[in-house]
Design a protein around this ligand. Structure first.
Ligand code: DQA
Length: 151
C-alpha cells in the first residue's frame, strides 16, 4: 500500500499563517507526522506540496498506476478547482479529502468543495490527525472492510 499525500497553497506557511486557525506546528512538523504514522501503519508514502494548481494536477496524473490512493488537502483550491476534480476522476484512485480546520463552520465560500465529488470521504477539523484518519480509511477501504460508497 502506497499513498500520495498532496497539500495545496499556503500549507507550506503552517506555523506562521493564522495560527489561531491552523495551529503553531510547521509544515515540516506535518511531514514528520505523516511519515511517522505511515511507518507505524506499514504504508509507503510520498508527500508533495505546491502553491500551483497545475503542479498539483501533474502530481495527481503522475500517481496513476504508481499509488494505491491519494490523501489530499487542496487548501484554497478546494473551493475553486474543477481541474483538480477532473484530475482525480481521470486517474480513478481512491481519494480522501482533508482539511485541518472545520471548513463547515467557516465562511460561505468554503462550503463548496469540488474535489469532494471525487473523494470517498472528507476529514475536516481534526488538525494533523485528519491525515492519519484519511490514510487509515483508505487502508481499510482497500482491504474491503468498508464499502467505498460516498458518506
Ligand atoms: C484548509 C481550508 C481551506 O479553506 C483553506 O483555504 C486552506 C486550508 C484547511 O486545511 O483547513 O488553505 O484546506
Amino acid at each position: 500500500m502506497k499513498l500520495l499525500f498532496l497539500n495545496g497553497p499556503n500549507l507550506n506557511m503552517l506555523g506562521i499563517r493564522e495560527p489561531d486557525i491552523y495551529g503553531k506546528q510547521t509544515y515540516a512538523d506535518l511531514e514528520e507526522y505523516i511519515r511517522g504514522f505511515c511507518g507505524d501503519l506499514g504504508i509507503g508514502c510520498e508527500i508533495f506540496q505546491s502553491n500551483h494548481e497545475g503542479a498539483l494536477v501533474d502530481a495527481i496524473q503522475a500517481a496513476y498506476q504508481k499509488f494505491d490512493g491519494i490523501v489530499i488537502n487542496p487548501a484554497a483550491y478546494t473551493h475553486t478547482s474543477v481541474a483538480l476534480l477532473d484530475a482525480l476522476k481521470a486517474v480513478g484512485l481512491p481519494a480522501a479529502e482533508v482539511h485541518l480546520s472545520d471548513v463547515s463552520r467557516r465562511e460561505d465560500f468554503r462550503q463548496i468543495s469540488y474535489v469532494r465529488l471525487a473523494c470517498c470521504k472528507t476529514f475536516a477539523g481534526f488538525g494533523f490527525e485528519g491525515y492519519r484518519l484519511a490514510a487509515e480509511y483508505l487502508l481499510t477501504t482497500k482491504s474491503g472492510v468498508i464499502d467505498t460508497a460516498k458518506e
